[in-house]
Design a protein around this ligand. Structure first.
Ligand code: SF4
Length: 459
């Protein structure tokens, strides 16, 4: 269970019938990407929109769904802000939603204000909206965003003629197309499409601008992409394990990352254990991979309470941590006297894994060896994933500056983290091992939260 969170998920659909229930269900399948706000906009000659504070299934009622009429619409789940936003403008009525982050938002905001533009809150999505409206048409507007915006965005725009979908030039955040005989859809993750019984067609390409209408998908423009920079963290944690992102199944990626951790233990030859267990839910794929490579028995040691947070979104970090504790309880029978390999996706501040190790030891575990799929987190994310500040990252308490460039340094950190969290040992995948396990070229990935290197290419 990571303390990192994605900030948004988007879903859009053009159908031959009323579409609101598909959007509602699509968003429900993307809820893991953002739990604070949700919203839906539809069009049936005029635009309708409803947004809520909270999760989709908890907040949208029959009245909302009855009001959201039309065969085309978009939806959004978010950690930060209410989206979609709607505008009445010279482009007609439009609604926008996006996933990502604008790094130069302050500069763009000031420039636009200087041009006389007004903003409600100055949110990123308002900045994107104003750039598009200013350009005079949606395609030119999206092309203008690609020139002006520094950062990451997967963007969907609802207009009367259809839904425009675009991905930034680097493809940081995922965006994927799906269809059946009468519906054409776009989603942050494939699972929303497949669970709505649609066939996954393909990923939106970095820099591609697509119009989705009742005849299908139309590529309107393909902007030049200087390089790819898919968020590597999607496969390790953010995306659901039943999704496929840019051609790689998330489950396969997590299995490979777990196998890589096991291989390191085998290569280092000094290790044995009774069981391998995941921290649910994000550690499951990694633990299975570890089990496959090592042959050590896979055994759940935590019970996941699926009803623990069904009622409402926890408002503070403290409340969320309390809820996290209620969500996972130890299974004493599985734990007592056992030497356990405990797999998780990442260590952010270290408090959650410390609590898990403590819980297992209290329940009688003989040894707890923590294995982490991601390399040590050294930098906050600039591209739309909610990480901690530089100072809060556990690895930064040991290495105040610089990067972990050698296995010696990695081992020093692992020894220190193990003592901090009370584990018998801790090991991470190195960056090289992580990239190898994904099987995607390093220069097609964003690894910035681990190596500090911005993948953005100067124009
Ligand atoms: S910095 Fe990390 S979390 Fe952010 S996009 Fe890059 S790999 Fe993903």
């Amino acid at each position: 269970m990571s303390e990192m969170r994605d900030n948004c998920g988007v879903f859009g659909i053009s159908s031959n019938t009323e579409c609101v229930h598909d959007i509602y269900n699509g968003l429900d399948f993307l809820q893991h990407r953002g739990q604070e706000y949700c919203g839906i906009a539809t069009v049936d000659g005029k635009m309708h929109m409803v947004t809520h504070y909270g999760k989709v299934a908890m907040t949208f009622n029959d009245q909302d769904l009855g009001y959201l009429k039309g065969n085309m619409g978009i939806g959004h789940v978010s950690l930060w802000e209410r989206q979609p936003v709607t505008w009445q403008s010279r482009l007609g009525e439009i609604a926008l939603a996006f996933s990502g982050n604008i790094m130069n938002a302050d500069t763009l905001l000031q420039e636009l204000k200087n041009q006389g533009k007004a903003f409600y809150r100055g949110y990123n999505v308002e900045i994107l909206s104003q750039i598009i409206i200013d350009a005079g048409d949606i395609v030119s507007g999206i092309a203008s965003i690609a020139k002006k915006v520094k950062g990451a965005y997967s963007l969907i725009i609802l207009a009367r003629e259809g839904i425009y979908a675009a991905r930034d030039l680097y493809g940081f955040r995922p965006l994927i197309l799906g269809q059946d005989a009468v519906r054409y859809a776009v989603s942050s993750e494939s699972r929303a499409l497949e669970n709505l019984d649609m066939e996954v067609v393909r990923d939106v390409r970095p820099g591609e601008i697509i119009l989705i209408d009742q005849k299908g998908f139309h590529t309107l423009q393909q902007l030049k992409s200087p390089r790819r920079a898919h968020c590597a963290f999607e496969w390790a944690y953010t995306a659901s394990i039943d999704s496929i992102i840019d051609g790689l199944f998330v489950q396969e990626a997590r299995n490979n990352l777990g196998q890589s951790l096991a291989q390191r233990d085998i290569d280092e030859g000094d290790f044995s254990a009774d069981i391998v267990a995941p921290v649910p839910m994000s550690g499951i794929g990694h633990a299975l991979g570890y089990h496959r490579r090592s042959g050590i028995t896979y055994q759940e040691v935590f019970l996941y309470n699926r009803y623990a947070d069904r009622s409402y979104t926890q408002p503070t970090q403290k409340a969320r941590e309390k809820m996290a504790k209620r969500k996972l309880s130890v299974l004493p029978y599985a734990v007592e006297g056992k030497r356990i390999v405990l797999c998780d996706d990442s260590i952010v501040r270290g408090t959650q894994i410390l609590n898990k190790v403590k819980d297992l030891k209290k329940a009688g575990a003989g040894e707890v060896h923590v294995r982490i799929a991601c390399p040590p987190l050294m930098y906050p994310c600039d591209y739309g994933v909610s990480t901690r500040s530089h100072e809060e990252l556990a690895a930064r308490h040991f290495f105040r500056s610089g990067n972990i460039t050698t296995m010696k340094k990695l081992r020093e950190l692992e020894t220190w983290i193990a003592s901090e969290i009370g584990a018998d040992s801790v090991k991470y995948n190195s960056i090289a091992a992580f990239v190898k396990a994904l099987g995607i070229p390093r220069n097609a990935l964003c690894l910035k939260c681990w190596d500090g290197v911005s993948p953005l290419v100067a124009p």
